[in-house]
Design a protein around this ligand. Structure first.
Ligand SMILES: Nc1nc2[nH]cc(C(=O)O)c2c(=O)[nH]1
Ligand code: SF4
Ligand SMILES: [Mg+2]
Length: 239
């Protein structure tokens, strides 16, 4: 199975979709008016991935990707400048070089008040990216992702994010037993603050898991995230 190489697309970023305005549905900025850029490509393959169309060869990946120049993306944003711009994927840091240039240009032209990046925590960001963003929402994957530990846990990358001071740690949880696994990672790598988010792509599952998690998360003094877009719009694309 050959995955598309997104690291050196000539002249642009490989984008899956741009959308907004919508609400940031996850993490500390939940509920904020937000625009999204979903970059194409991921080097992982989590069993429960909620955006497999960014990389899974069971999808029509030719139809799922467009090469957009930095100017193309700036024009899209200029039509409706973002309060919060969220860069997600896929794994957006696979395209770190061009992404850094894009984010600098967005800051220079004041096309977003704040920028945050959703990432798996397996690829270190560049300095250019780190200086342009307000926050990294880092989601290290647990054993239930089906990935091998060395694929999902990159100690040096986790420590870099932790020391950089711009990361929050957002763990996708299916069962209460996952919390002990998270505690071990948080203690080993100094991950703080910890956010717990239910796995699920329909409102019934998200709400049931949030109810299951609420008291145990409080007992650990952690934070709880919903998936607001899922509660509102189920698994609709581009929301
Ligand atoms: N509204 C909305 N909020 C989100 N936060 C993170 C998302 C993602 O897919 O990474 C996402 C998404 O797809 N939609
Ligand atoms: S890291 Fe994210 S995009 Fe990549 S397979 Fe896992 S859930 Fe999907
Ligand atoms: Mg996601």
């Amino acid at each position: 199975m050959k995955l598309p190489d997104v690291s050196d697309a000539d002249g642009g970023l490989v984008v899956n979709e741009t959308f907004g305005p919508t609400f940031q549905g996850e993490g500390p900025s939940t509920g904020r008016y937000a625009h999204f850029i979903r970059l194409f490509g991921c080097h992982l393959s989590c069993a429960w991935c909620d955006s497999p169309h960014t990389h899974d060869t069971r999808y029509d990946l030719d139809a799922e990707q467009r090469v957009l120049s930095i100017e193309d993306i700036l024009s899209w944003l200029a039509a409706d400048p973002a309060d919060l711009l969220v860069i997600t994927g896929g794994e957006p840091l696979l395209q770190a070089h061009l992404l850094g240039r894009l984010l600098c240009a967005i800051r220079e032209r004041a096309l977003a008040t704040e920028i945050e990046i959703e990432t798996s925590g397996t690829i270190a960001p560049t300095n250019m990216i780190t200086s342009a963003v307000k926050r990294f929402n880092v989601s290290p994957k647990l054993a239930h992702s089906g990935l091998r530990r060395h694929q999902r846990i990159r100690p040096t990358v986790l420590r870099d994010f932790a020391e950089g001071g711009k990361a929050i740690w957002k763990f996708v949880v299916q069962e209460l037993a996952d919390l002990a696994e998270i505690q071990e990672l948080a203690d080993t790598y100094g991950l703080h603050p910890v956010w717990i988010m239910p796995e699920g792509t329909d409102s019934t599952t998200v709400l049931a898991r949030m109810r299951m998690l609420a008291d145990p998360v409080l007992a650990r003094r952690w934070r709880l995230s919903t998936r607001l877009h899922t509660l509102l719009w189920e698994n609709d694309r581009g929301r």
